[in-house]
Design a protein around this ligand. Structure first.
Ligand code: OAD
Length: 245
């Protein structure tokens, strides 16, 4: 794959790289995205599933939906895009993955510096006393807290909820300090997460977008690569290996 010369030059001198990822990076693992063709939000309503009041109204249904998503995630594996991002750590001093995904696939692929802005579907906690809860299986029906009897919810960020503040602050700092910010597989429409690439741009970082389709951010980046992240990220990694020989 032919990459823009200007980007290759940036890669040569870069020390710090931030990846900002979304559902598209996991699409090739078989996990559906939220928007676009076959997107989850085309068929289901976020306000009925990804919302605290919806959970209080119908906890069993919301729990069941998250258990269904967990099953999909557990049946799948990280793909070439996740693995290539993890391998960047061999070639650059400072590599950070800031993800909106809750699927844990970046960690499973070996990335060591991951900030999960929308939580992690593998974790759960009590809505009353915040005690973590470890589920026994993806079939388990809505559990109650062993300490106070409260309802157990997935540790993901629902619409209208705050992002984990420490992860967000560290992501903003990594973005501001980055030489290159690679935005992969996200529609970049959900804020405040979508501020991360804008923070990088305002601080002078070189922005590269990898997406199969144009997005809100395409006009703002230095270089837009149309293609699948599972093909484009490994191609960038190959170019890096070549230049570091
Ligand atoms: P979206 O579903 O909004 O966007 C996925 C993006 O990935 C789209 O721009 C697709 O064109 C692109 N895409 C699909 N397949 C791809 C591939 N193989 N390679 C590269 N790009 C591909 O997902 P997000 O941007 O992650 O939030 O959505 C942001 C947030 O909205 C999610 O974290 C979730 C959702 O509602 C919460 O649940 C709070």
């Amino acid at each position: 794959m032919e990459l823009k010369e200007e980007f290759i030059e940036k890669l040569k001198s870069a020390k710090s790289i931030v990846f900002f990822t979304g559902a598209g990076i996991s699409a090739e693992s078989g996990i559906p995205t939220f928007r676009g063709k076959d997107g989850i939000w085309n068929k289901l309503k976020p306000e009925e599933l990804a919302n605290f009041n919806a959970f209080l109204r119908n906890p069993d249904m919301v729990w069941e939906w998250y258990q269904y998503r967990r099953q999909i995630i557990h049946d799948t594996k990280p793909n070439a895009g996740h693995f290539a991002m993890a391998e960047f750590e061999k070639y650059f001093d400072d590599v950070t993955v800031v993800t909106q995904n809750v699927d844990n696939l970046h960690r499973r692929a070996g990335s060591s510096n991951v900030f999960e802005l929308h939580g992690n579907i593998e974790r759960n906690y009590c809505i009353d006393c915040s005690e973590p809860y470890y589920i026994k299986s993806d079939e388990e029906s809505l559990p109650k807290c062993k300490i106070c009897g409260g309802l157990i919810r997935p540790d993901v960020v629902w619409f209208g909820e705050m992002l984990p503040q420490e992860a967000f602050a560290k992501s903003e700092k990594a973005a501001a300090d980055s030489d290159i910010c690679i935005i992969a597989g996200t529609s970049a429409v959900v804020y405040p997460a979508a501020y991360i690439p804008l923070t990088a741009r305002d601080a002078g970082s070189y922005l590269v977008e990898i997406n199969v389709a144009p997005t809100e951010i395409s006009g703002l980046v230095n270089y837009s690569v149309r293609g699948k992240s599972g093909e484009v990220v490994p191609a960038i990694l190959e170019a890096v290996k070549e230049m570091k020989k």
